[in-house]
Design a protein around this ligand. Sequence first.
Ligand code: FO1
Length: 334
Amino acid sequence: MIPRPGNGDQPCKPPVSGPRILALSGGIGGAKLALGLYRLLGERLTVVVNTGDDFTHLGLAISPDVDTTLYTLADLVDPAKGWGRRDETWTFMKVLGELGGPTWFNLGDGDLALHVERTRRLAAGARLTDVTDAVRQRFGLSCRILPMSDEPVATLVETDIGPLAFQEYFVREQCRPRLRSIRYEGADRARVTPEIAAAIADPALGGIVVCPSNPYLSVAPILAVPGMRELLESAPAPVIAVSPLVAGKAIKGPTAKIMDELGHAASAATIASHYRGLIDGFIVDEADADLVGTLGVRGIAAKTVMHDEAEKIALAEVAIRYCQELREQREWVR
Ligand code: FO1
């Protein structure tokens, strides 16, 4: 029985015992499900986060997906944008613009402090894993938030206007250029961190949930870290994924557009086959319920669109239960 979140003034207090869940996530979409999982699991949740979007900007080490996860789980995120901090002020960007500096990537004043502090600690020799964990503790979060690797990996896209770094493509060019290919520079030199290896091998692990993040831009960089996919495939728990597409359309972001440009049919079925060999079960949206049984992998249908916290918790509950069911049936043994 999964504990229900608290009502009214009663905060949700997840029990400390019970199976652990490991989630793989990118930015905004993935963090929504991660929040639902966090409400139900507390310290029994570990989130492995994409760092392929990371870059150095204005001399600062920026880790957008790590920060989106931290801010979302700590209830600090800007609810309208889904990234950055709520109640942010923008004096730095205003003055930067007045000075003729680059303003295409928006850094709020409060957010800026995190980038400055991360840059300072990394320059002093700290690992991104430890810097992230220090911020996680400062934010009062009990779950673990683990960058996919401590070595830099950069998602680069080949487009019809030439090669672009991820944030140039995503933010500066607003995903308008046609995508030809994607590569994850530095992935061959990246290593799985001891924290991630231990979390995957944990005998108390009840399931691995691939969040509804972009499979090509957000989840693929995580899987490109040498040894990561093999560790996940041999984990002592089932691996499930949640489709980021609903009736062939992305809730947010360029997933459907880039699938089309890469020559893949934009459907949940394509994503299920993209994850084939890794996953033991796939959750499609209720609008795609007719695809269950045709996916080439076990699947169920559920409401995957998450407008509010109740819907995030509801989907998290479905994902946890599905892991439990697969585990009980031992159907996940490949
Ligand atoms: N997304 C935008 O669309 N425009 C921005 O100016 C922007 C700035 C930004 C700053 C810090 C941060 O942590 C995230 C930021 N994002 C911005 C979001 C980010 O580009 C994307 O959400 C991810 O990289 C994709 O998951």
